[in-house]
Design a protein around this ligand. Structure first.
Ligand SMILES: *Cc1c(COP(=O)(O)O)cnc(C)c1O
Length: 334
């Protein structure tokens, strides 16, 4: 189930990892000019204007990129392309909840491999298994915000008998990513989202980078017009404004460091985060009660409870002002 989306204005929203800042001003202008040109024509089915600009910025050829209606659409396309009835998909645990749902829809089984205490993955994550067709790996992971290094991921990919999707929804907040690995192994795919680092969750745009023979396979199963003319123009303008991206992620990562320090001062255990959220577990406090008490004060964080694993709070990094209000309330609760 996705995080709560209350009517705008009422809450300080720290529950779904949206960006607290408005997007690049170039985005609004791009949408405006599409509206002025008119919307009577179908959009480019491959979102080529975006692929062209992204190709220059990411240093990969255009035909290595496939676009989607949010990166959730990319995850759906990948699952449909590789996983059928009775097949097996593997995911780390705890991680993004949607992966299992996508497997269920295909009539596939999913195998959750638990992270170790230090948020790395043991060798059983790479083990062969009957009908194993696809592995998902979010990096940075949610809810932990932790990362595996590209070297660790390449090692995992080499041992696996099937493709692996590295879900980089949060990679723009991290100091590493796996785009370069795509050239090393055709079974490595990397997906990205515009919802978090580009502050465009309401727009719905994401993309995937993989070798062209894989991209062709994915294009064959996607809806013909899965990205609309407004989102293609907006995402193209957004990725074109790399100065905005760099400055925004600088702000968020600065605030993230302060949030981690303050949470640890209050006794929370938090792994170092490379995303725009932090994972907080308190050895004594009741997480659900903290979540409820914050909600009563118009502050929404995400209470996460994972069967066979445990619970905690996932807190998105807001503006410094929002985090000051959050800590004023939190201090009274622990
Ligand atoms: C938010 C998120 C997504 C979905 O991104 P959209 O582009 O909004 O669909 C995918 N994967 C992870 C791990 C996420 O946290």
């Amino acid at each position: 189930m996705p995080g709560e989306q209350p009517p705008p204005g009422k809450y300080i929203k720290l529950n779904t990892n949206e960006n607290p800042y408005p997007p690049s001003p170039a985005v609004g202008r791009a949408i405006q000019s599409v509206v002025e040109r008119g919307l009577q024509r179908y959009p480019d089915p491959l979102a080529n204007p975006f692929r062209c600009r992204a190709s220059q910025i990411l240093h990969v050829p255009e035909d290595w990129i496939v676009c989607g209606n949010g990166s959730d659409d990319i995850l759906t396309i990948v699952t449909r392309a590789f996983v059928g009835e009775g097949d097996l998909l593997r995911l780390p645990y705890p991680s993004y909840i949607l992966y299992k749902t996508l497997g269920d829809i295909q009539g596939a089984k999913s195998q959750a491999v638990h992270f170790q205490k230090d948020w790395t993955l043991a060798n059983d994550f790479c083990a062969d298994a009957e009908r194993l067709r696809l592995v998902f790996l979010p990096n940075p992971n949610s809810p932990s915000g932790t990362v595996l290094t590209p070297d660790q991921i390449l090692e995992i990919a080499k041992q696996l008998p099937c493709p692996i999707l590295i879900d980089e929804a949060y990679a723009d907040f991290a100091n590493l990513n796996c785009i370069d690995l795509v050239t090393r192994d055709e079974r490595i795919m990397v997906s990205r989202s515009f919802s978090k680092s580009y502050a465009l969750a309401g727009l719905r745009f994401g993309y995937l980078v993989a070798q062209p023979q894989i991209v062709q396979k994915l294009v064959a199963v996607k809806d013909s017009y899965n990205c609309d003319a407004l989102s293609i123009a907006a995402a193209t303008a957004a990725i074109d404004d790399q100065a905005w991206l760099v400055e925004n992620s600088r702000l968020i990562t600065l605030t993230r460091a302060q949030v981690l320090t303050q949470l640890r001062e209050l006794g929370f255990k938090c792994p170092d985060s490379q995303a725009n959220f932090v994972w907080a577990v308190h050895p004594r406090a009741n997480h659900r009660e903290i979540y409820e008490a914050l909600k009563a004060r118009q502050i929404l964080v995400r209470y996460m409870q994972y069967p066979d694993w445990g619970d905690g709070l996932r807190i998105s990094v807001g503006t410094p002002e929002q985090m000051a209000v959050f800590f004023d309330s939190l201090r009274k609760l622990v």
